[in-house]
Design a protein around this ligand. Sequence first.
Ligand code: HEM
Length: 391
Amino acid sequence: MTTASVAREINLTDLARDPYPIYRHLRDTAPVAWVPAADRYLVTRYDDVMAVERDQQVFSSVEQDSLMIRAIGPLALLRQDGEAHQRLRKAAETPVKPRAVKTEWLPRFRQNTEALISAFVDHGEADLVADFAAPLAATNLGTLLGLPDATAADILQWSQAIIDACGNYADAPAVWARNDRAVQAVDAAITEVLPYVREHPDSSVISAMLQAGLNPDEIRTNVKIFIGGGVNEPRDVLAVAACALLSHPDQLTDVLGGTTPWKAVFEEAVRWVSPIGMYPRQVTEDVELGGVALHAGDRLGVVIASANRDERIFDRPDEFDTRREVKPHLAFGGGPHFCLGTWVARASIGEVGLPALFDRLPGLTLTDADAVRLHGWVFRGPLSVPVTWRA
Ligand code: HEM
C-alpha cells in the first residue's frame, strides 16, 4: 500500500477540453491520484470504480459540504446512502421502469419527437443540439415528471442553473442567485400541480412520489434531481451518437440497413463519450483502493468516463465502434445509485430520437465536422452540431 501520487500538472481547462489523454496517463501511472485542481482523488480504472460502487458503506454518497445539498436541499436522493436513499428511490421508480416506459412513455416520446422535427424539417439546416436534442430531452422530461405547463425553455433553464450550482466550486454569487430563482420556479410549478395530482393520480413521477407517501419537501427536492440529471445527458448522447454516425459512414450504412441495431449505437455512444464523466464519493473509514491508502473524510471523483475507456476491459477504447463486443459499460453508474433514467434515455433517444432523425432528414450531413467541439469532463458533450439535409 502506498500514498497516492499528486497530479499537480492537471488543470481543469485541459480536462474540460479533452480529458481522455489525461485519463489514459492516470490509468497507466497513478490510477488513484490526488488531483489538486479537482480537490479530490480521481479514480480512473474500471476495476477500482467497481470496487467503489460495490461498497457504499466505505464509499459514501453523503458528501460533506456538498454543493448539491446547498443548491437543492438535504433531502436529495443522490446524497443519501442505505435505507434513506432506497426509500426516496423506490418512491420514484415505478414510472421509469421498462414496463412503464414502454406502455406509457414511448408513445408520448414519439409524439414529442415528431412534433419537434416537423417544426424544422423544411429548413434544410439546424443545430442538432439547440434545435433538437436539448428541447427533446426537456420536453420528454416535462411529460414524464408531470409538469404540463413547464415549457422546454423553462426546464432547460432550470436544469442548467441547478447543474451550475452543483459545480459552483468558485462560489460565484451570480450562480447561486440563478439557482435560487430556478429553485423557486420549480417549487412553484410543483406546488401548483400537487393538489390536482393528489385528486387525480396519474403515471407521472410526481404522482408516484405522492402516492408513495413522500412529503412535499421531499418531492420538490427530488424532482430537482430529475431536472438536473435528466436533460443534459440524453441531449449529449443524442448529439454524440449522431455526430459519430455521420463521421463513420460505414457504420451508418450498417445501422440504416438494419445490420447494426440502434441499441448498439446508443450504448456505444454513452461508453465512448460518457455524458456524466465523474461523480463524487467520500471515504468513511481508512481503506486501500488500487494499492493506495485512503483515509476517512477523503473525497473521491469516480471517473466513469475513464473506466469506460479502460484498455484493460475494452479493446481500442478510443474508437467509436458500434460492432464491438458487448461488455458492461459504467455510463449509468454501477451501484445503488444506478441511473433511474436509464430506460427512459434508452427509449427516448436510442429507440425514438435517433432513428427519427435519420428517418426524417434525408441526406443528413455535418456542416463542418472539424468545427464540432466537445466540452467538459464532469458533464461532456458537443456544444453545437450544425447539420444540413435535403429539405
Ligand atoms: C444517457 C443518459 C443518462 C446518463 C448517461 C445518466 C447517468 C447517470 C449516472 C452516472 C448516475 C449516477 C450518479 C451517481 O451515482 O452519483 C445517474 C443517476 C440518476 N439519474 Fe441519470 N443519466 C441519464 C439520463 C437520465 C434521465 C433521462 C433521468 C430522468 C428521467 C435521470 C435521472 C437520474 C436520477 C434520478 C439519478 C439518481 C439515482 C439515485 O440516486 O438512486 N438520468 N444518472
